[in-house]
Design a protein. Structure first.
Length: 569
């Protein structure tokens, strides 16, 4: 194939009827003023789409246009072009032709320098195809896995440690040129890969003969690599230094936090260390600060739950509880509520451990038990700060619960969380904590219970016939209508890391404390309350909501059953 030819993009688009002379003139002025690429100006101005530009170039140059949305890469071919030049030249090896030539997708197929350099790097003749830049960058993020690089850096650190004495500052990156220290390069790569894979947590777990590194993605742990156990101490020390923890203390658990930048995006990291048999286990929760807070309409609540939840938030006083296990999205739901409630006319105060999101206009307090800045102590002061709305991160004990409920009974709207399996068991849990029965009856207005289920990957979702066990599970909710529905599963592809899932959404149930339910809880018989509460909910349970997502094709039967096991006895 001959080298690329130069094309005047503006003239080409006008020639093909995709652009007017006036639009080109305006875009040229904008390009001169901002220095952006002309094609990007066209797209940002809404004159033409990325696909439109790419297809116009393909027609002009008589080369294929490839839609990367449905592209399945071949790992052995992808690796022929390293990640750095792939990003630099906006290029990707798409396949191998019958004559042995490589087909390479370029966002700019007129770039002669890119053509020459890619030909040199792959050491093969290449044929060009056109791809959109945004799809190419998303594909590069997806297909260039860092697992091998992480393993290689771990081996490099092992070699640095060796058996000879090692200079402490050099090893941990304390000296000038710290970015070249092996442990720094290892951790930087681990953070970059975790963010790329949308991991919520990173686990460094020392075993007898290895250091296991795992990522939690969409609520499920995946092993990334297993390195030599020798590097576990160096990794733990470096992370302690980054978070300001005591590096000399290895016998007691420690908690801290620090901030890093990954590809120019700020990430807040919460760290916890735990002494184990073979060393210190380190777990880090990643909170990306560039991710905007969700609003209530976008968190996945069914309309019936959303309407009643919003109604409860309009009350001037009372308590709204969101319940579920750790990692079920409770804080996200409450902050979506605070985002709606936040206004200059209201004073909002949060008491949390830790503060997970930062929202302008709120007064956020971080609990610090070591200096006796506990939930209960902070709450007593908060109520003297004239708040309209108070968020209590968690009802951890009787004292905190009672203070929160008194606040709800005396003119404040109180939002909080509790670790219970479902909505019905929440008032019983409060009574078990020692909260007086009248407080629960008078203060709690609504309880929302929730879980997170994985969403099927849109690129590899396919029809599925449930197993006999799944069929019986579905029959509990659907009865004889089971066979009238279609079900789906994820086959697994590069878009979802071969898991079949990409992202998560919520399943919900709620209990409103109606007069009947309040009357029932004022009696000593828990059974009477449970019957009244279930009657109030009318069968709209977490399980039914999970089945709703299955029928909508958003998740699989297996995933709905996995989540159901968390709240079914």
């Amino acid at each position: 194939m001959p080298p690329p030819q130069k094309v005047r993009l503006g003239d080409l688009l006008i020639q093909q009827g995709l652009l007017t002379e006036e639009q080109l003139s305006i875009a040229l002025g904008e390009q001169k003023r901002t220095g952006r690429k002309l094609g990007r100006v066209f797209v940002d101005s809404g004159y033409v789409t990325e696909e439109g530009i790419s297809q116009a170039l393909a027609r002009q140059l008589r080369i294929p246009f490839v839609d990367l949305k449905n592209f399945t890469p071949k790992p052995d071919l992808i690796k022929l072009l390293p990640e750095a030049p792939a990003r630099r030249f906006r290029a990707l090896v798409l396949g191998q032709l019958a004559d042995g030539r490589l087909q390479v997708g370029l966002a700019d197929p007129t770039d002669l320098q890119a053509y020459d350099e890619i030909t040199r790097l792959v050491r093969r003749e290449i044929d060009l195809a056109v791809v959109t830049e945004s799809q190419l960058l998303a594909t590069v993020d997806r297909v260039y896995h860092r697992g091998e690089q992480i393993t290689g850096l771990a081996k490099e650190l092992t070699a640095e440690l060796g058996d000879a004495p090692v200079e402490f500052g050099e090893l941990l990156g304390l000296n000038p040129g710290a970015e070249d220290a092996p442990v720094v390069k290892l951790l930087q790569t681990v953070f970059e890969e975790a963010v790329r894979l949308r991991a919520s947590d990173i686990h460094f777990e020392p075993q007898e003969k290895a250091l296991r590194i795992r990522f939690r993605i969409d609520g499920v742990l995946h092993i990334q690599t297993e390195a030599d156990a020798k590097i576990a101490t160096a990794v733990a020390l470096r992370l302690k230094l980054m978070s300001g923890l005591d590096i000399s203390e290895k016998r007691l658990p420690q908690d801290g936090r620090f901030n890093i930048k990954v590809r120019a995006n700020p990430v807040d990291v919460r760290i916890s260390t735990l002494p184990t048999q073979y060393g210190e286990s380190v777990v880090m929760r990643l909170l990306s600060q560039d991710t905007g807070l969700m609003d209530l309409a976008s968190i996945g609540m069914p309309e019936r739950v959303l309407d009643r939840f919003r109604h409860s938030l309009k009350r001037p006083s009372g308590m709204v509880l969101v319940t579920g296990p750790t990692g079920s999205g409770k804080t996200t739901t409450l902050y979506a509520a605070l985002n709606q409630l936040n206004s200059p006319e209201k004073k909002l105060i949060t008491v949390e451990d830790p503060v997970e999101y930062r929202l302008p206009g709120l007064n956020q307090v971080q609990v610090h038990e070591k200096i006796d800045l506990s939930f209960s102590r902070v709450l007593r002061t908060v109520l003297r700060q004239d708040p309209d709305i108070v968020l209590i991160g968690e009802m951890r004990d009787q004292e905190t619960a009672e203070i929160g409920m008194r606040a709800a009974m005396t003119g404040h709207l109180v939002l909080s969380t509790l670790h219970t399996n479902d909505a019905v068991s929440t008032p019983i849990r409060l009574l078990d904590m020692g909260v007086p029965r009248y407080m629960v009856a008078l203060s709690v207005h609504m309880i929302v219970a929730q879980r997170l289920v994985r969403v099927l990957c849109g690129n590899c979702r396919e029809p599925y016939t449930p197993t006999a066990n799944e069929h019986e599970w579905l029959r509990y909710e659907l009865g004889d209508q089971v066979d009238r529905h279609r079900f789906h599963q994820g086959r697994g592809c590069t878009h979802c890391g071969n898991t079949g899932y990409q992202g998560r959404t919520g399943v919900y149930e709620f209990l409103e404390m109606s007069d009947t339910v309040v009357e029932a809880i004022n009696h000593d018989d828990p059974g009477e309350f449970m019957r009244a509460a279930r009657q109030q909910m009318a069968g709209e349970t977490l399980r039914r909501d999970a089945v709703r997502l299955v029928l909508a094709g958003k998740t699989s039967v297996a995933e709905a059953m996995r989540i159901s096991n968390q709240f079914e006895e």
